[in-house]
Design a binder for this molecule. Structure first.
Ligand code: PLP
Length: 455
């Protein structure tokens, strides 16, 4: 592990925080330091049973370490443990949440909006679809077959119909299939994914907005994973760039600071373009709103208690790394993207692999299959390679994807067949500098696997 700046940051900041409350009479905490130290030793050992998510050689799932400033600010806030439900419980941290969320909305070009943090992208999407259902009661929700699996489930919870629209060979929502659904006249909301979870596909938002002119529906953008790529349009290819350029025209947007925003888990965000949707949240909880006449975040959120520490960590991170094009945060995203393009380039030049036939990745997620027949053998080789990489401390992921995404239609029976692929989410800035070492390990792993298979 790299040396950790957090303990030193925290010592100084904790002193200052204690001074803020120095006028209060002292009291002793009834917590036994020796017993706690022993338990933490055991805890540290137990936590060793994890993949090294913090390390550049962890390049598997969507796991990005929180920034040290986020960890320090989170831990600092924990000595107060504020609750951002209401200002009583989280006075300072509610202000910081409002500021931090304004920063995110600003990234999408929304000076006016309604929005707040949530405990996750799932809850943020739930809120967006709940509002969608209030605006258009009884109408259907549709999303691409590559949309996050929770949309279907959320719709069921909300008792709204949900239909999946087929994805094209790039994993993007098919416009023809969408229009066919729209002709039924009962679609209330289209969920448009910018950065689909499996492969990072970007739905053609600009073209979907053109259909909105004709058919009239709400557009909810699920950018839980991909939202921050709004900051690096020049690093994207044309169709994705056009989709991101149009994001401000959506009715609602979800982005997860705990995915690409360098935050600890427990930090999603939902934004509505029309602040008047706040009317749907009206409720009259009798016991939470005594000390302030200002709007409480609890009045515009489906959740009640929420971690004020999440808002504090996010605010601190955005102070250090503002969400602006050309800033350090944006550069970090671009580095992961460039690592993904380089990995894709190497895979395409190597006959042992078969990357996505439609072209390079749209964001920073790379998927590829092993070049072997039949598909079942390619799947087995992918699993063995995954394991052989892990032995070499390189952690990738596996994903099941349509075969036709790798082998252009060679017969109709291909349509529904799937194949197990390798997947790498290159979301750390360090992945760019480490790509050579990642490739060496992948190369060595696959060499061993193929030798074992007598190829
Ligand atoms: C991760 C993800 C979600 C779910 O967010 P959680 O924070 O894991 O609940 C929803 N949509 C997309 C596109 C995602 O990538």
């Amino acid at each position: 592990m790299p040396s950790d700046p957090v303990p030193a940051l925290l010592t100084r900041a904790t002193e200052l925080l204690q001074q803020e409350f120095a006028s209060l009479p002292d009291f002793e905490l009834s917590a036994d330091p020796v017993a706690m130290a022993q338990i933490l030793e055991v805890t540290a050992q137990k936590l060793g049973d994890n993949y090294p998510y913090f390390h550049p050689l962890y390049a598997g799932q969507m796991l990005k370490p929180p920034h040290p400033v986020a960890r320090a600010a989170y831990a600092l806030a924990m000595s107060l443990n504020p609750n951002n439900h209401a200002r009583d419980g989280g006075r300072a941290s509610s202000e910081l949440e409002i500021e931090a969320v304004r920063g995110i909305a600003g990234m999408f070009g929304w000076p006016e909006f309604l929005g707040h943090l949530t405990s996750s992208g799932t809850i943020a999407n739930l809120e967006a679809l709940w509002v969608a259902g209030q605006v258009a009661p009884g109408k259907r929700i549709v999303g691409s077959a590559q949309a996050h699996y929770t949309h279907n489930r959320i719709s069921a919870v909300l008792k709204l119909g949900y239909s999946a629209i087929p994805a094209d060979h790039r994993g993007r929502m098919s416009l023809e299939a969408l229009e066919a659904e729209l002709r039924h006249g009962d679609v209330g909301t289209v969920v448009v994914t910018l950065g689909a979870t499996a492969i990072g596909a970007v739905d053609p938002l600009d073209q979907i907005l053109a259909l909105r002119e004709r058919y009239g529906f709400r557009v909810h953008v699920d950018a839980a994973y991909g939202g921050y790529f709004k900051l690096i349009p020049d690093a994207l290819d044309e169709p994705a760039r056009r989709a991101y350029a149009a994001v401000g025209q959506a009715d609602s947007i979800v982005v997860d600071p705990h995915k690409h925003g360098l935050q600890p888990y427990g930090c999603g965000c939902v934004l509505f373009r029309d602040p008047s949707v706040g009317r749907f949240y009206k409720h009259d909880s009798p016991y939470t709103y005594f000390t302030s006449k200002q709007l409480h975040l609890g009045e515009i959120s489906l959740e009640c208690s929420r971690a004020g520490a999440s808002a504090v960590a996010l605010w601190a991170t955005q102070q250090l790394l503002p969400l602006i094009p050309g800033g350090e945060f944006a550069r970090g995203l671009a580095q992961g993207r460039s690592a993904a393009l380089e990995l894709d380039r190497r895979l395409r030049a190597d006959s042992r692999f078969q990357p996505f036939c439609a072209g390079p990745p749209e964001l920073d997620i790379v998927v590829w299959k092993l070049n072997a027949e039949p598909p079942r053998r390619a799947s087995e080789l992918a699993k063995s390679t995954f394991e052989a990489c892990a032995v070499r401390d390189l952690h990738l992921a596996l994903v099941e994807l349509p075969l036709e995404w790798f082998q252009p239609a060679a017969g109709s029976e291909r349509g529904t067949a799937t194949v197990t692929c390798l997947r790498s989410v290159l979301m750390k800035p360090e992945h760019e500098a480490w790509l050579g070492r990642i490739w060496e390990r992948l190369d060595s792993a696959v060499t061993e696997v193929l030798k074992g298979q007598g190829k």
